[in-house]
Design a protein around this ligand. Structure first.
Ligand SMILES: [Zn+2]
Length: 153
């Protein structure tokens, strides 16, 4: 999926998480929201830099659950400062939304590589080919949900 699709999906999930957790606007929340946006975009670093792509392969180790899991485990172990804690949590949420969005493309991802090398594509969801009509529809649906959530106050 394109970066814009990942970012829109992350914003949708982030707004839902903020609502569910009942978080109030704050400097920490704003910083965390941006950290999550970075997390939602960063996994595709393996296609942005050709050296990394050759070493890691696209949708290789950075498209697994290990990076966000490490961040969440660090969050629970360290719990140092609200700004860092919230940012780590949102960064992991962003990374996970990237993995979820890529898992509904025909290429899928191998989220538990190297422990389990199988791809996980939810049944019937492998239609969201990058650049296709369905990806545009995915973006539109996310934008609509964002509008509904933000209009609700
Ligand atoms: Zn990706």
């Amino acid at each position: 999926m394109k970066a814009a699709s990942h970012q829109l999906f992350y914003i949708t999930v982030m707004l839902a998480v903020i609502k569910i957790m009942g978080l109030s606007p704050s400097k920490e929340l704003a910083f965390a929201a941006v950290a999550g946006l970075v997390g939602s975009t960063l996994p595709d670093i393996d296609i942005k830099f050709s050296g990394l792509s050759r070493t890691l392969g696209h949708r290789g180790i950075v498209h697994t659950v290990w990076v966000p899991s490490g961040v969440v485990i660090s969050y629970f172990l360290l719990q140092t400062h609200r700004l860092l804690d919230l940012s780590a949590l949102f960064f992991a949420v962003g990374w996970l939304t990237h993995l979820i969005a890529d898992s509904i493309t025909p290429q899928g991802i191998r989220p538990f590589y190297p422990l389990y090398s199988g791809k996980i594509v939810p049944r019937g969801f492998g239609i969201f080919q990058t650049g296709s009509f369905y990806e545009t529809l995915f973006q539109f649906i996310n934008a609509l949900i964002i509008a509904i959530i933000t209009a609700g106050g």
